[in-house]
Design a protein around this ligand. Structure first.
Ligand code: CP
Length: 363
């Protein structure tokens, strides 16, 4: 059977995996050591490294649905660990992870740092603003320098789409994309999927409305790829100037009218206007944008009664989302997204270093 041919397959896999990670959670709470790889413990993925045969994480594009589910399932043990008073294992002890951020970040940088440390690794952050990049060093020379320091994993954020792939081709260790230009932000797509699964239990048949600056958003792109692969119906909504021309190719339904896009939605994901990636004027004014595309309580009432509210952050309160929606207890999952971000980044770092750590079945 092809591994990702039907929604039925995904439903079955999701149910089975939820059972598996409930079991795994108990195991990890008692021993504080990661259980055997899910692939072998459950027999539901290809065995060993075939469960995730990639040398790095450059995007959601190219991942099979079962590979996405594998990372989500691996993250569950870390959700559990992170809720314990003692949050550290030694799986990555002796390894060095370098976070090289050429663009600003709060959530992604800190959560990768926390993730690496909770796994026992030595974590070093390179901030471009205070590095030799400011003296004119090229991206490739910077990458070669990090490689010569024998990093065991490099996490990169860069303002240029494709920069992370370029670096991945120059270094010997796994590279993880922490957001490159308007291309992809794969760990954000994964953490959003994990947040949705925790709230809704499944992806199949869910209607997810993503609204905002679709054109410039790497978050939107990674979410569209992940959520459609997992069986959700994805609607995207933006003013015409902020909607990519060929968006239907992403297997999503485009809308320009937010009220229509919200009707019956199970999940509403709001996006920030990516002003730093805009050249020229894309919206008449922030006030006009809020009027047409801002999520207010009145607008939220058009979605399903239990619709989940999401935002990757940073938020511009009062523009794309009102404060009383962002802080709506029981409906807003914005802080849960941050929590899931640490677990997903732990899963990605742990899985991608298995080969170097000679984990059985992965060496
Ligand atoms: N969501 C996100 O990528 O946030 P940061 O820019 O703070 O990392």
């Amino acid at each position: 059977m092809p591994v990702h041919s039907t929604d039925k397959w995904i439903v079955t896999q999701s149910r089975l995996m939820r059972r598996v990670h409930r079991f795994k959670s108990l195991a990890s709470m008692t021993s504080q050591t990661p259980p055997a790889p899910t692939a072998q413990a459950a027999g539901r993925y290809p065995a060993g490294s075939a469960a995730f045969p990639h040398g790095g994480l450059l995007g959601i594009a190219g991942l099979a649905p079962h590979e996405i589910l594998f990372l989500l399932d691996e993250a569950e043990q870390w959700v559990d660990l992170n809720r314990q008073p003692k949050k550290r294992v030694e799986s990555l002890r002796g390894l060095t992870i370098i976070n090289a951020f050429f663009e600003n970040s709060t959530r992604t940088l800190l959560s990768f740092e926390i993730a690496g440390k909770r796994l026992g690794a030595d974590v070093v952050n390179m901030q471009a603003a205070t590095s030799s990049v400011k003296k004119g060093e090229t991206l490739i020379d910077t990458a070669m320098t990090l490689n010569a320091m024998r990093a065991d994993a490099i996490v990169i954020r860069h303002a240029s789409s494709g920069a992370v792939r370029l670096i991945a081709g120059k270094v010997d260790c796994p590279v993880l994309n922490a957001g490159d230009g308007q291309h992809e932000h794969p760990t954000q797509g994964l953490l959003d999927a994990l947040t949705i699964r925790h709230a809704k239990g499944t992806f199949v048949g869910l209607t997810v409305t993503i609204c905002g600056d679709i054109l410039h958003s790497r978050v939107a792109r990674s979410n569209m790829l992940a959520l459609t692969a997992l069986g959700a119906n994805v609607r995207v909504c933006a003013p015409p100037a902020l909607m990519p021309a060929d968006i239907e190719r992403m297997r999503v339904t485009p809308f320009h009218d937010f009220d229509t896009a919200l009707k019956g939605a199970d999940v509403v994901m709001m996006l920030r206007l990516q002003n730093e990636r805009m050249q020229g004027q894309f919206i008449p004014s922030p006030r006009e944008y809020r009027h047409l595309y801002g999520l207010s309580l009145d607008r939220l009432a058009k979605a399903a009664p239990d619709a989940l509210v999401m935002h990757p952050g940073p938020m511009n309160r009062g523009i794309e989302i009102d404060s009383n929606v962002a802080d709506l207890v029981g409906r807003s999952a914005i802080t849960t997204q941050v929590e899931m971000g640490v677990a997903i980044r732990m899963a990605c770092l742990e899985v991608l270093t298995r080969k170097a750590r000679a984990v059985e079945g992965w060496a």
